[in-house]
Design a protein around this ligand. Structure first.
Ligand code: SAM
Length: 329
């Protein structure tokens, strides 16, 4: 079993396969996009495969592919197919905005992608456009339909933003009334890619829960699965469930089992850190699997205790707030 310097198990890797995205969610990146990585800066799919294979041998049991938007990467499906065949991998998941996803759902199901996280911050097409700066609401809903008709486990990720979509909390809760989906409300994090100073959080997990309780006082707490980042709830009579993720309040660091790899091969041992080493550079420099493995183990032995420690170190070093698209949300 892989563990870190705080005795936490490490078993879950999130791999961002690209920084590019076909939406421009204002909380994630500026309207003009980012300074996209050039092809040579991105890991090739062979490098991603080598890394996934090594990390699964070391003890990673679950991989989630994210981005940017994974489906803007042309070789995504062969890469996913390769990863799905790794011996020892217990779970393969995907996080997507749904814009290009619907036609791929049957194949995703076939290769064994069990769970999809679909980002959807509102059920109102106009607000969707305001938030994402793209007119793609219909395609996202088509992706949701396709996933449900293929019996996939669907989690809907909604970032709660003061003054932008708090009126969507109850309609999103009600999506889980008829549909077997888990709707997860996420605290907004300071990762908008434009470096503006973050003024603090107005909608934390407690306020989100209060809002839901106002309409559904009968809401019940569920047991949270091991390593869950969400507090999970159920409203009696609803087919789906509700989750609240304290991504800004960082209440889950004590059991964090995750590492992240960015599209350019940076290893992050905490969502809030600055990247602790570059695996692509090591691989291109000819490092053997043994060297890579030892380097990774050293990094796992220097994990920050929590996201506050990691953030302090990063802001002191860089002074900037990155975009989630380059971190791999
Ligand atoms: N493009 C894919 C998608 O939209 O799901 C995957 C990448 S996206 C960066 C992953 C998740 O990060 C999305 O659910 C998104 O809402 C979330 N995210 C991005 N910026 C965020 C922020 N500032 N605070 C909280 N969540 C954020």
């Amino acid at each position: 079993m892989l563990t870190d310097n705080h005795g936490r198990k490490i078993s879950y890797m999130r791999l961002a396969v690209t920084d590019r995205c076909n939406l421009r969610c204002f909380y994630c990146m500026p309207e003009d996009g980012l300074n996209w990585l050039s092809r040579v800066e991105l890991m090739t799919s062979e490098e991603m495969m080598q890394m996934c294979s090594l990390l699964v041998k070391m003890g990673i049991e679950k991989i989630r592919i994210t981005g940017g938007e994974p489906f803007v990467r042309k070789d995504l499906m062969p890469l996913l197919t390769g990863i799905s065949k790794l011996d020892g991998l217990k779970e393969l998941g995907l996080t997507t905005n749904g814009v290009l996803t619907a036609p791929y759902v049957p194949e995703l199901k076939k290769i064994g992608v069990q769970s999809i996280n679909l980002s959807l911050d509102t059920l109102d097409a106009n607000r969707f456009f305001t938030i994402t700066r793209r007119d793609e609401f219909a395609n996202v809903m088509a992706a949701l339909d396709a996933m449900l008709s293929h019996d996939m486990e669907v989690k809907i990720n909604a970032v709660v933003m003061d003054g932008k979509n708090t009126q969507d909390i109850i309609p999103l809760v009600e999506l889980a009334k008829e549909l077997p989906v888990s709707v997860r409300f996420i605290e907004e994090m300071p990762f908008n890619g434009d470096g503006h100073v973050y003024e603090g959080l107005r909608w934390d997990y407690l306020r989100i829960l209060d809002e839901i309780k106002g309409k559904y006082p009968q809401i019940k707490k569920l047991d949270d699965p091991a390593y869950s980042t969400a507090y999970n709830y159920q409203i009696p009579g609803h087919k789906g469930s509700i989750g609240i993720i304290a991504a800004y309040s960082r209440t889950f660091c004590g059991t964090c089992n995750r590492i992240r790899i960015t599209p350019q091969g940076e290893l992050k041992t905490c969502l809030y850190d600055d990247g602790v080493l570059n695996l692509k550079d090591l691989m291109r420099g000819g490092a053997s699997d043994e060297v890579l493995q030892n380097t990774l183990l050293t990094a796992f032995n220097h994990r920050p205790a929590d996201g506050w420690e990691a953030e302090r170190a990063r802001v002191a070093k860089t002074g900037i707030h990155e975009s989630m698209a380059t971190i791999g949300g």
